[in-house]
Design a protein around this ligand. Structure first.
Ligand code: ADP
Ligand code: MG
Length: 290
C-alpha cells in the first residue's frame, strides 16, 4: 500500500522511511534492538511509566543534566520547576530522543530503552510533547487542525481527500470536547486566543492518545482564567495519561495539586508536595527566594 508520502508499513514492519516521516500515531515502532514495540504495550507492571536514572548531558564540558534521577508513576501528573538553566528543557529533549545522554538510562515502562529509540519511534511508543509556543495551523479551522493531527497515520494528502477512517471522527470530537473547543469548531485557529491555541494543540496531541505527555510552560502568557482552565484540563487528563509539566508560574503549579520536583543545576534538589518544597531552605535559596 502506498500514499503520496510513500510506503505505509505493515504493523511490526521495520521501515526507515516511515521513521523519517515523523511522529505518527501508527500502531507499531521498531526499536534499534530489533524488538517491536506496539502501542499500548508499555510495561507498567511496576506502576512506573518513566524512569530516568543518573542521566548526564554535557555541552562542551558543562553539565546541563548531572546524574538526574526521576521516576513518574503511570497516570501521574507531575510538575517540574526550577530556575532558568536548571535543565528542564534538556530533560524533555532526552526523554523524547532529541538529545542523547552521555551517561545514564531512560526507560518508558519497564522495557523500552528510550536512549536506543529514534524520536519518531519514541513518539509512536506513546510520548507526546508540547513545546512552549503553540504551533497550530492558523489558516485552518479548529476541526481541520484536529483532522490534520490524524494525518500522521495516513499522510496529509490522503487525509485531506478521503473521508475520515472509522473511529477518527469520534476521536476528533472527543479531543475537541476534552479541551473545551467544541463551540469553536469552525473558527479559524488564527483567530483563537492564546489560551485556546494552547488547548487546541493539546487536543491535537490527544488525537494520538499519548501515554505520557510532556508540556513545556503551557500557561506562559495566558490570562488568569485561562491558566485556571488549563490546570483543570491537565488534572482531568491525569489517570488516563501521565503528564510532566514544566512551569514557572507557582500559582498554576498550586492549582495542579500534584507532586512537584525542583531541578537545580541538572539534578533534583527537592521533591514532594508544593508546600513542602516551598518550605525547603535549599529551594528558597536557589529559586523561590529570588
Ligand atoms: P531550562 O529549560 O531549565 O531553563 P535548559 O535545559 O534549557 O534549562 O538548559 C540547561 C543548561 O544547558 C543551560 O545552561 C543552557 O545554556 C545549556 N544548554 C542547553 N542546550 C544547550 C546546547 N544545545 N548547547 C549548549 N548548551 C546548552
Ligand atoms: Mg526551558
Amino acid at each position: 500500500m502506498s500514499t503520496l508520502h510513500g510506503h505505509v508499513a505493515a504493523p511490526g514492519e521495520a521501515n526507515a522511511t516511515r521513521d523519517a516521516e515523523g511522529a505518527g500515531g501508527g500502531e507499531a515502532g521498531t526499536m534499534s534492538s530489533g524488538h517491536v514495540a506496539r502501542r499500548g504495550e508499555i510495561d507498567v507492571s511496576h506502576s512506573v511509566i518513566l524512569y530516568l536514572e543518573e542521566i548526564t548531558v554535557a555541552f562542551d564540558g558543562f553539565k546541563a543534566l548531572d546524574a538526574l534521577s526521576l521516576s513518574i508513576d503511570d497516570g501521574e501528573l507531575r510538575a517540574i520547576i526550577g530556575p532558568n538553566g536548571a535543565g528542564k528543557t534538556t530533560m524533555m529533549d532526552v526523554i523524547t530522543g532529541k538529545t542523547r545522554p552521555d551517561k545514564g538510562s531512560a526507560f518508558l515502562g519497564q522495557t523500552m530503552d528510550l536512549t536506543r529509540m529514534s524520536e519518531p519511534q519514541i513518539a509512536r511508543a506513546g510520548i507526546g510533547r508540547k513545546f512552549q509556543k503553540p504551533s497550530v495551523f492558523e489558516a485552518a479551522s479548529v476541526l481541520e487542525n484536529l483532522w490534520l493531527a490524524c494525518a500522521g497515520e495516513r499522510g496529509w494528502f490522503s487525509s485531506l481527500r478521503q473521508r475520515l477512517a472509522p473511529g477518527q471522527r469520534e476521536r476528533i470530537d472527543q479531543a475537541m470536547e476534552t479541551v473545551g473547543l467544541a463551540p469553536e469548531r469552525e473558527r479559524l485557529a488564527g483567530t483563537l486566543s492564546h489560551g485556546q491555541k494552547q488547548w487546541l494543540e493539546i487536543g491535537m496531541l490527544l488525537i494520538q492518545d499519548p501515554k505520557l505527555l510532556l508540556l513545556d510552560e503551557p500557561v506562559a502568557g495566558l490570562s488568569d482564567e485561562e491558566t485556571e482552565r488549563t490546570a483543570q484540563l491537565l488534572r482531568a487528563l491525569a489517570g488516563r495519561h501521565s503528564l510532566v509539566v514544566v512551569e514557572h508560574d507557582m500559582h498554576f503549579v498550586e492549582q495542579l495539586q500534584c507532586k512537584v520536583t525542583v531541578l537545580h543545576q541538572g539534578s533534583v534538589l527537592a521533591e514532594g508536595d508544593l508546600a513542602s518544597v516551598q518550605n525547603d531552605a535549599r529551594v528558597i535559596e536557589v529559586y523561590l527566594g529570588r
